[in-house]
Ligand binder design. Structure first.
Ligand SMILES: *Cc1c(COP(=O)(O)O)cnc(C)c1O
Length: 371
């Protein structure tokens, strides 16, 4: 008996497009600035190891990851670029950070003291970046008042086993509020100038994709692009036309039937056919990341470059589409859900969310195929 399983839906990833978009990010950077490609969350659904291996070339300072689990996976994949853990760590995770020479942020004295003590215990020096909270409210020290600044700098200097290699912050509104972000940049730049006069700092960074595209950050010499690498600019820019899409979400038609006028489609029977319709059942659902909030949104599937409307609600494993106008659709035909005809920005808009969430919601059931 032949054993055979054909994936109902899958993701095709274009690694060369990601490398191309990294080059675009480099072009958007001021001269001599450094890059930390952000590969957290499985490289935004594209697959952590394959993406990191492809980008693991000269000219990258760090890979930006969210936690020690991701850093460990990069290490096991043989990636040479060091990992920078952007989010806070738990105390029990910190020995490994020190032993494996990863870099991380410090956001509080508790964290800094503990890391310093552990590093001393192992006779090592840990490279850290001082995180400053300039409005994100998620991590980082609050910048001390002028009269406390001397004490803060003395404190940082007393951490003998921490090498404070960088100063970083993060923008909460770079793609939504230009005025706030501009004042945030001024604030950050002022802080950096003051700290730099007392500490030997190699990297200063504030910008994610939007910051990189749309602002000049005078003191910054490193950027942390994520979304941009995956072909989407969070705001209009001169680079819009040159970014390349990095993935295609595809699925197989599993069944094609003709249903009569008046027949209802999917849970809740929100769609009733007005006329006789050829309906294809397609093997993708919300369990794969094809969000249930796309139900009734006007989202389509593309077959042979033609857009076919989705009918009724998204179910866990399947959706139905109207293929009346396409003659030769059969079981096994391929449909595209995210593709040039229906880009991820459109899908995100119809789902009432952002492209970051669509990318990272692409589920583990979808095999990733690389080219
Ligand atoms: C996720 C993240 C980024 C990347 O953001 P994009 O908007 O996807 O470019 C950069 N910096 C930090 C701290 C992040 O958490």
């Amino acid at each position: 008996m032949p054993l055979c399983h054909i994936p109902r839906s899958w993701v095709e990833v274009d690694l060369e497009a990601i490398a191309h978009n990294l080059d675009i990010a480099r072009q958007a950077l001021p001269h001599h600035a450094h890059l930390m490609p952000v590969v957290k969350a499985g490289a935004y659904g594209h697959g952590l190891e394959p993406v990191a291996r492809r980008l693991d070339r000269d000219g990258i300072s760090y890979f930006g990851v969210a936690n020690v689990g991701e850093a460990r996976r990069l290490q096991q994949a043989g990636v040479r670029t060091p990992s920078f853990i952007m989010g806070p760590s738990f105390p029990v995770e910190r020995e490994e950070i020190i032993q494996r020479h990863w870099s991380c942020t410090i956001s509080s004295c508790e964290e800094a003291d503990h890391l310093n003590r552990l590093a001393a215990l192992y006779g090592k020096t840990l490279t850290v970046h001082l995180a400053l909270d300039s409005g994100m409210g998620r991590e980082g020290f609050l910048y001390p008042d002028q009269e406390d600044l001397g004490g803060f700098i003395d404190y940082l200097r007393s951490l003998e086993h921490l090498k404070i290699e960088g100063i970083m912050s993060h923008s909460p509104s770079a793609d939504e509020d230009y005025t706030f972000t501009q004042s945030q940049i001024d604030l950050f730049s002022g802080w950096v100038r003051e700290l730099r006069s007392h500490l030997d700092i190699r990297y200063c960074h504030l910008a994610a994709s939007a910051g990189l595209l749309a602002y000049e950050i005078p003191e910054a010499n490193l950027a942390r692009p994520g979304l941009l690498l995956y072909g989407v600019a969070p705001m209009a820019s001169i680079y819009d036309g040159v970014l390349r899409p990095t993935l295609r979400l595809r699925a197989h038609v599993c069944l094609v039937r003709e249903l009569p006028a008046g027949h209802s489609i999917s849970y809740g029977r929100t769609t009733q056919l007005r006329e006789k319709t050829r309906v294809a059942t397609v093997g993708i659902g919300y369990a794969d990341g094809w969000s249930r909030s796309l139900s009734g949104s006007g989202v389509c599937a593309s077959i042979q470059g033609k857009l076919c409307p989705m009918l009724g609600r998204v179910t866990m494993d399947q959706i139905m589409i109207d293929v009346t106008d396409i003659a030769d659709v059969v079981s096994g035909s391929i449909v595209d859900l995210i593709c040039p005809e229906q880009p991820i920005t459109r899908v995100a808009e119809l789902a009432g969310t952002i492209p970051w969430e669509i990318f990272t919601g692409l589920g583990p059931r979808l095999p990733r195929l690389y080219s």
